[in-house]
Design a binder for this molecule. Structure first.
Ligand code: MG
Length: 206
C-alpha cells in the first residue's frame, strides 16, 4: 500500500478532495488527546474514540472558512511498535467517526521519528510545512494540543497562539504549556476541543 510520505520519512498528506478554505487562518490540531482519546501508541482502529465536541468544532472551523490541519507525533513508529499501515487504519477509523466533518481536515502530517527530528514537536517543522502547503498566515493561525510540546511547536512556528486542552495529557501538562505563552504567543486553557466552536464563532476568530 502506498502512503503519502515526505522525503524525510514523515507522513504528509494533502486531502485534495477537500475544498480549500476561504480564509488565511489555520487551525492546527494535535490528534491523540485532542481529537480522539489518547490510548497511548494507538495502533488499533477499534480503539478510536472521538473526544466529544470534535466533530462540531471542525464543522464550525469550516463554516468560518478556516484551514484545518492535523499535526501528530507518532514515535510509536520510530520505536518499532507499529507501522504506517496501522497509522493509516487508525486515521481511517477517525475519519469515519467524524463523518461529514472529516472533510474539513485538509492536511495530515505525522512524524515517526524519535527522539528528535525537525518535524517532531516541540520543533515546528510539521507546522511550517503545513502553513506553506496551505498558504496560511501564521499570524492568523492557532495550535491546539494536550502537551507542552504542542504549544512549543506552535510558538516556534510563530503562530498567533495556542490552546491547551484538559483532555488527554492536558491536565498534567497544563502548567508547562501555559509557560509557553507571552512574547506575541497567546495561550488559552480550555476544557476540551468542544470549546473551540464557540471561540471560532466569536470575535476572537474573525
Ligand atoms: Mg497529544
Amino acid at each position: 500500500m502506498g502512503h503519502p510520505l515526505h522525503a524525510n520519512g514523515c507522513w504528509f498528506e494533502r486531502r485534495l478532495s477537500v475544498a480549500s478554505a476561504r480564509e488565511s487562518s489555520a487551525l492546527f490540531l494535535d490528534r491523540d488527546g485532542v481529537v480522539i482519546e489518547d490510548e497511548g501508541y494507538l495502533a488499533d482502529p477499534k480503539k478510536v474514540r472521538l473526544i466529544p465536541g470534535a466533530r462540531e468544532a471542525l464543522v464550525v472551523a469550516r463554516a468560518k472558512g478556516w484551514h484545518v490541519a492535523l499535526v501528530t507525533n507518532q514515535s510509536g513508529i520510530g520505536r518499532g511498535m507499529y507501522g504506517w499501515n496501522e497509522f493509516a487504519a487508525v486515521q481511517a477509523a477517525m475519519m469515519a467517526a467524524l463523518g461529514d466533518a472529516a472533510a474539513t481536515i485538509e492536511l495530515v502530517a505525522a512524524c515517526p521519528h524519535y527522539p528528535s527530528h525537525p518535524w517532531r514537536k516541540p520543533e515546528p517543522g510539521m507546522i511550517l510545512a503545513a502553513l506553506q502547503a496551505l498558504g496560511a498566515d501564521p499570524a492568523k493561525s492557532w495550535m491546539v494540543g494536550d502537551k507542552a510540546a504542542d504549544l512549543k511547536a506552535g510558538r516556534a512556528a510563530k503562530l498567533a497562539g495556542g490552546f491547551i486542552v484538559g483532555t488527554g495529557e492536558g491536565r498534567n501538562e497544563r502548567a508547562g504549556a501555559m509557560a509557553c505563552g507571552g512574547n506575541g504567543f497567546a495561550l488559552r486553557s480550555i476544557d476540551s476541543i468542544a470549546a473551540l466552536g464557540p471561540w471560532l464563532k466569536g470575535a476572537g476568530a474573525s
